[in-house]
Design a protein around this ligand. Structure first.
Ligand SMILES: Cc1ncc(COP(=O)(O)O)c(C=O)c1O
Length: 220
């Protein structure tokens, strides 16, 4: 016995502590961290439920109130918090970003044969929300520095059937919204921002995704 756990997959690989000269394997997942503490971060677990405060207490309260169907006390409270934080007149809370994207696509009154522009790298819901209406997604390549839609390539993807642009703020990094809004205005296009991974995001320059000195904002 050498102390190696019997996993059936051979000896466990030795995990070296991540340092600046030995960056972790899952580097792209780290972009949501405040990387000042870079050396302390090995890996961010995917989909791990984090408990930051009284979440479980509030879940218990919601069960006690007997309202788990939405639009209850906590939904209203959450909407007010988001309205205050973002200076929005009225927030509508929906169960998922997929639901929000589908509602937005329906509100645009898109018709089969219409086209919308979106990044070639995103979660499937960004495309599905329009494909389900018979609308054609036009995928525009992404920028190597931010991995978001390349704003310099949007104009050449616009045709007379284009109705909207769906920029995606991927993994906590903002798109070039000034430029995108200018293009949208020029061609009379609607813009739907997919901020599933970009809530609380602010656009800061310079903010290349892989620059360790950039300040990257944590998701809620
Ligand atoms: C960019 C993007 N858009 C949309 C979604 C869909 O979000 P939800 O799982 O809340 O429906 C995700 C989910 O990961 C996403 O990453």
């Amino acid at each position: 016995m050498d102390g190696t756990p019997a996993t059936g997959h051979g000896p466990r690989p030795v995990r070296r502590r991540a340092t600046e000269s030995n960056p972790p394997r899952y580097w792209p997942r780290l972009v949501n961290c405040q990387l000042r503490g870079f050396a302390d971060v090995d890996q961010i677990p995917f989909n791990k439920p984090f408990i930051a405060g009284k979440e479980l207490h509030y879940v218990a309260q919601a069960v006690t109130f007997g309202n788990l169907g939405g639009d209850g006390r906590f939904t209203k409270q959450c909407c007010r918090v988001l309205e205050d934080r973002f200076g929005i007149n009225e927030v509508l809370l929906v169960p998922s970003c997929t639901a929000a994207l589908e509602m937005a696509a329906m509100l645009l009154d898109l018709k089969p044969g219409d086209e919308v522009i979106l990044p070639s790298y995103t979660f499937v819901s960004t495309a599905n929300c329009v494909v389900r209406m018979g609308v054609k997604p036009i995928f525009v390549d992404i920028r190597p520095d931010t991995l978001n839609i390349d704003d310099a390539l949007i104009e050449e993807a616009i045709t007379e059937r284009t109705r909207a642009i769906f920029p995606v703020h991927y993994a906590g990094v903002a798109c070039e919204m000034d430029r995108i809004m200018t293009i949208a205005e020029k061609y009379g296009l609607r813009v739907v921002e997919d901020a599933a991974a970009g809530c609380q995001l602010v656009l800061q320059r310079p903010r290349p995704r892989f620059d360790r000195s950039a300040r990257l904002l944590q998701l809620p």
